[in-house]
Design a protein around this ligand. Structure first.
Ligand code: GLU
Length: 317
């Protein structure tokens, strides 16, 4: 069986170059447009990063371009809440199962009497934000931002233009927040929670930030660049379980079949894959497939997973 790399080497660099070359001409998919700002991001941007648990890393393409974290933020808010309330509370109040419906589905909520089922659909993400023990909106937001900064190892800005664009058009999410409240799954003021959730989606990151955030999970919760623990080691497996089952909207099964790794995507075009104990891969390319996942990002992750034997099912690859 082919060995997996555990640190940056020429084979890894070559696989990155190949992925960029092979897929930069792929123009399938469309930028998200239901958030007006996202439609205006240049569609041809494409960046790919890899970072190993020893901190060695390499990047190709537009890895310095700052984009909106969007749904990938849900992973890091989950980390914060797991540290506060623990996996049992999280599972009982939210869950870890696919809804079988799109990420913003109201029908899914109705079908399960308001239980969101997992923290990566919008309902579950807002319920997660509501579980943060906070006195007011600022306190709630500060806790989230502090956690994200620790994952990235730097202060991540909010893109105020993205925030405004989303805040002006998030009536659907506000509806979901009220529904959660009506069913008893919203644990703080619904409109405060929806606003903080909208702000977390507007955090601006580069591929380099994203790969650093991801490798912190691969490394058992310790950021390998800063050396600081960001999430309790016992909470990493629950996070990766959620990513495995629900990370790529309603095509998570297809992703796992092809890439074999816990992942998370966002409608800003970012995508993250985590190889526990080894490395993380981050990619950014704005055009999305119909489920909401970056088309080129998925192809890049699949190429790296196959070429470098990174799949968790690699013994049979
Ligand atoms: N802010 C977006 C929303 O709430 C995030 C969705 C996503 O990336 O899946 O609709």
């Amino acid at each position: 069986m082919k060995q997996r790399p555990t640190t940056l080497n020429d084979e890894v660099k070559q696989a990155l170059d190949e992925a960029l070359q092979r897929y930069s001409g792929n123009h399938h998919g469309k930028n998200a447009s239901y958030i007006p700002y996202l439609a205006s991001v240049p569609s041809n941007l494409f960046g790919i990063s890899i970072m190993f648990c020893d901190g060695t890393h390499a990047e190709v393409g537009d890895t310095d371009y700052a984009f909106a974290i969007e749904s990938i933020s849900k992973v890091f808010t989950l980390a914060h809440v797991l540290d506060e309330v623990g996996p049992q509370v999280l599972r009982s109040k939210i869950g870890c199962d696919p809804t079988g419906e799109p990420f913003n589905s109201v029908i899914a909520l109705e079908l399960h009497k308001g239980r969101p089922l997992n923290p990566f659909v919008n309902a579950g993400a807002m319920a997660t934000v509501s579980l943060i023990k906070a006195d007011n909106a600022k306190d709630r937001w500060d806790q989230i931002q502090t956690t994200y900064n620790a994952f990235a190892g730097r202060e991540l800005p909010v893109n105020e233009e993205v925030y405004q664009s989303e805040a002006d058009t998030n009536q659907h999410n506000r509806g979901i927040a009220w529904l959660l409240q009506s069913y008893g799954y919203m644990h703080a003021d619904p409109m405060q929670v929806c606003d903080v959730y909208t702000r977390q989606c507007s955090v601006s990151i580069t591929c380099h930030d994203l790969v650093t955030m991801g490798v912190t999970l691969a490394n058992g919760g310790v950021n390998p660049i800063t050396g600081k623990r960001v999430v309790a080691a016992k909470n990493v497996a629950p996070i990766l379980s959620e990513m495995t089952l629900n990370g790529l909207y309603d095509t998570t099964g297809d992703w796992y079949y092809k890439v074999g790794l816990p992942g998370k995507s966002g409608v800003g075009g970012g995508i993250l894959a985590v190889v526990p104990g080894v490395c993380a891969i981050a990619a950014f390319a704005p055009p999305l497939d119909v489920a909401g996942n970056s088309v080129r990002g998925q192809l890049a992750a699949e190429h790296l997973s196959r070429t470098l034997n990174l799949s968790l099912l690699h013994e049979f690859a």
